[in-house]
Write a protein that binds this ligand. Structure first.
Ligand code: SF4
Ligand code: SF4
Length: 410
């Protein structure tokens, strides 16, 4: 497939090759964060954003079985615009739900139906965190299954997305002849998860490396402390905070595609502009010093290293785990009152209560956290900071008023 060259003004998307020489746009569209409308996705808005990205040359679209409504929205949009053959779809097997070979077919066929296609370009085992998960899949016959799907052409490339430690990443990487992998990687996570060591090992095998959470779920843009912003400003580069994150990644030849969960046209245009102008080796020693100062500034202030990935959710007791940590961190990165006021708005006054005090310490969330956060302990700490007694009383009163029952129902 030839790359589709972008038509956004001033943008000429750049491409990097996968294992088989196919050209993938350096910027990939992460389809987990589409704008919601009612209970579902605002498909018309998503279509405008996806098509703007496509017109600017983006040809890699990443989704997953468990992203609510995402596969079906993509299927509808690609069919409506007749672009299925011109783009690459990456989607993922919900491997944590697989207990038999029959389940492999069941989920895969459902994904094909949602996506309105007969093949997937890049099919990934979703969210592996250790070699045991891959072994379990092998025990249900996934190796034969992959070979069969590749033979019949319904899967073109096979890979895995990963959230464990570097050791397990290397074990999985070396256990199979993968075509690609997807890792969390950004200038704050150079040494965590697969890390730079995993990135380099994967690239040395010639497989495509797709990067997720390039801006740590937006935190490297929205939650930068003042000292970090100042370091960026003082550099004289004139780059936005997102640009620093993307350019750090594009600077590395081992990176193939950087995913961004874009949900506005401005974001699409900005990211396409960056991906059309960034290059390997463009960062100078001074730029690395700037990013080191930024990282120091963030680490000094952050209380919990939560990326907001939501893999710990849903909590059976309804606790809003990432929301609580986001506000707790905001207390230290922005200001105490900012963190608490964000907490009241986003956690404290939801119809269904979502407080950390509802936690029964079952530990389910911790089994899924890629950052190995001691969630139970940190939730209690966050709750104490976010809801001192006067706030607790005020929130209770506000809730009682907002969610009071109509009098005829009492
Ligand atoms: S330990 Fe607490 S926060 Fe975590 S899933 Fe259980 S109840 Fe929810
Ligand atoms: S606590 Fe862990 S799993 Fe939950 S959102 Fe944060 S990083 Fe993700």
């Amino acid at each position: 497939m030839d790359p589709h060259f972008g038509s956004q003004e001033g943008v000429r998307m750049q491409y990097r090759k996968d294992k088989n020489g196919e050209a993938l746009s350096m910027l990939g569209f992460g389809c987990m964060r589409f704008t919601k409308k009612g209970a579902g996705i605002d498909v018309d808005k998503a279509e405008r954003e996806l098509m703007a990205a496509y017109e600017a040359g983006v040809n890699y679209f990443d989704t997953a079985y468990i992203y609510p409504g995402s596969e079906a929205a993509l299927g509808e949009i690609f069919e409506r615009n007749h672009i299925r053959e011109k783009i690459h779809i990456a989607t993922k097997l919900p491997q944590y739900l697989i207990g038999s070979r029959a389940a492999l077919d069941r989920y895969f066929n459902e994904e094909l139906a949602r996506l309105r296609t007969s093949y997937v370009d890049y099919y990934l085992m979703h969210h592996l965190t250790d070699i045991a998960m891959w072994e379990k899949l092998k025990n249900v016959g996934i190796l034969d299954w992959i070979a069969e799907k590749k033979r019949e052409g319904s899967i073109r490339n096979i890979g895995f997305s990963y959230h464990g430690n570097t050791d397990n990443f290397l074990k999985i990487l070396n256990d199979y002849d993968w075509d690609l992998c997807q890792i969390q990687y950004n200038y704050m996570d150079e040494l965590s998860q697969a890390g730079a060591a995993g990135l380099k090992a994967a690239a040395a095998k010639g497989i495509a490396v797709v990067i997720m959470a390039p801006l740590r779920g937006g935190k490297l843009v929205n939650m930068l402390p003042e000292s970090a912003r100042k370091a960026m400003e003082d550099s004289g580069r004139g780059w936005t905070s997102a640009e620093w994150g993307f350019r750090w990644l594009f600077n590395q030849p081992e990176v193939t595609v950087v995913l961004s969960g874009m949900n506005s046209l401005d974001m699409v245009q900005e990211n396409c502009r960056i991906a059309s102008s960034a290059g390997i080796g463009e960062l100078t020693a001074a730029d690395f010093e700037t990013l080191a100062a930024v990282s120091r500034g963030i680490r000094e202030r952050e209380k919990v290293g939560c990326t907001g990935c939501r893999y710990c959710m849903p909590c059976p007791r309804g606790v809003d785990i990432p929301g609580t940590f986001r506000c707790y961190n905001a207390m230290f990165i922005e200001s105490k009152s900012q963190g608490r006021s964000q907490f009241i708005q986003t956690v404290g006054l939801t119809r269904e209560p979502a407080f950390a005090s509802q936690c029964i310490r079952c530990g389910k969330c911790e089994q899924h956290c890629p950052q190995s956060i001691p969630i139970r302990e940190k939730l209690q700490e966050a709750d104490r900071a976010l809801r001192p007694l006067p706030y607790k009383i005020a929130i209770q009163a506000a809730r009682a008023f907002m969610f009071r029952r109509p009098s005829h129902n009492r």
